[in-house]
Design a protein around this ligand. Structure first.
Ligand code: HAM
Length: 415
């Protein structure tokens, strides 16, 4: 028989790990809601051009990593490699810019990039992201970083490194581009074929090439922060002072340019030393031009995305998560007891209590063994004698305490 397996770079998320995923999702929802972000769900497939237009034609994602196919009508469709472009498309298409600013959204779900799989890097991976539209002032940049700090604190994660940078705007970018072209013009022969092309079309992208030779040739590259115009410089300095005010620890990383073209001004990455090569657990930045590029009115915006596989790996290794177990196991002997047990189970489940029961012909001993294996908190035992006496037996497995209760009181016994 042919054996099937999950595709390379994809994975099944099973219990007990799923409990960590659910916890991270809940903490994100609670924290983001306190900052006024509402959930938005956009499709997983989009027209390919929205990603080319936003992420950029000469980025690794667009050049090499997108899952793109033609649908039956010959349209080019792409499985979303990230969440920002779809949210911006949705924001513009639904005229959400007509609503009061800021409009703040969060989203979660799978993203797809055809990368070389390795620890912490998948082809289908999950993100929780957030995007805020309509505010250009650095106050919201600081709020977002402070929100991320709270999110990590709530998950009990320590030792994360907040790296921030500013990559300027359309006003200061040309000067920086020229400085890069000057810098790389006598190094061009040593660059990889992709970077030779990037040199022509988008020299900034040479800065996030992962080829060793290019990394070496980058030593001494001009820094974007030395080319910021006065407005971008002021924006960045204000952000830094607000981060101090809010006690968000950060380091400035002037080499961080991010791998997507839509960014302007603030960019940031949050990394962990515990994660090896793929160490970014969350990343984001401003994209003040993108709404306009998608046909909307000029609308500044900022957002980020958290990598779920990486964050759950950190939560798993840093705190002992308690795995949920059944509250009650109902063991029965005989046909009438089995029916009685089923009714009690139904009523307790109706109260939201997790109840497990024994099945067809299992001896009392094997049912009790099963309750033990499941680590149920309580076992209820019902047989003909208990039915005749109108009382069932209970036992608390943690300390062996036992007793009897009338059938009609069992529902109040568990709250
Ligand atoms: P990104 O840096 O491409 O940004 O991805 C954000 C996070 O997703 C990364 O820091 C990492 O934790 C996770 N991630 C990315 N690729 C993979 C992968 N192949 N396997 C596992 N995890 C991965 C964005 O996606 C932007 N849309 C973030 C943003 C939102 N910027 C503004 N708004």
């Amino acid at each position: 028989m042919k054996k099937y397996s999950a595709l390379k770079g994809t994975q099944d998320i099973l219990p007990p790990d799923i409990h960590i995923w659910q916890k991270v999702e809940k903490v994100a929802k609670d924290v983001f809601t306190a900052y006024g972000f509402q959930e938005l769900r956009a499709p997983i497939i989009e027209s390919t051009d929205i990603f080319i237009r936003s992420i950029g034609e000469t980025t690794d994602i667009v050049e090499k990593e997108m899952y793109t196919f033609s649908d039956k009508a010959g349209r080019s469709i792409t499985l979303r490699p990230e969440g920002t472009a779809p949210i911006v498309r949705c924001y513009v298409e639904n005229h959400l810019y007509n609503l009061p600013s800021p409009q703040k959204f969060f989203y979660s779900g799978p993203m797809f990039r055809h990368e070389r799989p390795q620890a912490g890097r998948f082809r289908q991976f999950f993100q929780i992201g957030a995007e805020a539209f309509g505010i250009g002032e650095p106050k919201i940049d600081a709020e977002i970083l402070s929100m991320l700090k709270l999110f990590f604190e709530r998950l009990g994660l320590k030792g994360l490194n907040f790296q921030v940078n500013s990559i300027g705007c359309e006003k200061c970018r040309p000067d920086y581009r020229n400085a890069l072209v000057n810098f790389f013009s006598d190094r061009i022969n040593g660059l990889c074929p992709d970077c030779k092309r990037r040199f022509e079309y988008n020299p900034l992208r040479i800065l996030d090439c992962k080829v060793d030779a290019c990394i070496k040739l980058r030593e001494g590259t001009p820094r974007v922060t030395d080319f910021l115009c006065s407005e971008c410089s002021e924006h960045f300095n204000k952000l830094l002072s607000l981060l101090n005010l809010l006690n968000v620890p950060y380091v400035i990383n002037p080499d961080m340019v991010r791998g997507l073209d839509y960014y302007t001004r603030t960019t940031f990455e949050i990394t962990s030393k515990q994660l090896g090569a793929q160490n970014a657990v969350a990343a984001g930045g401003r994209y003040d031009r993108l709404v306009e590029d998608f046909g909307g009115p000029p609308t500044p915006a900022i957002g980020f995305a958290i990598g779920m596989e990486r964050i759950t790996a950190l939560v798993k290794s840093s705190c002992k998560e308690t795995i949920p177990v059944p509250e009650v196991f109902i063991a029965t002997i005989g046909e009438s007891a089995e029916k009685e047990g089923l009714v009690i189970a139904d009523k307790l489940r109706n109260k939201g209590i997790w109840v497990e029961i024994g099945y067809a012909g299992n001896s009392l001993k094997s049912q009790l063994r099963k309750a033990d294996r499941l680590s149920a908190h309580y076992v209820l035992i019902i047989g003909d004698d208990e039915i005749a006496a109108g009382k069932l037996k209970w036992k608390r497995l943690s300390d062996g305490t036992r007793g009897e209760i009338p059938f009609n009181e069992v529902y109040n016994f568990f709250n």
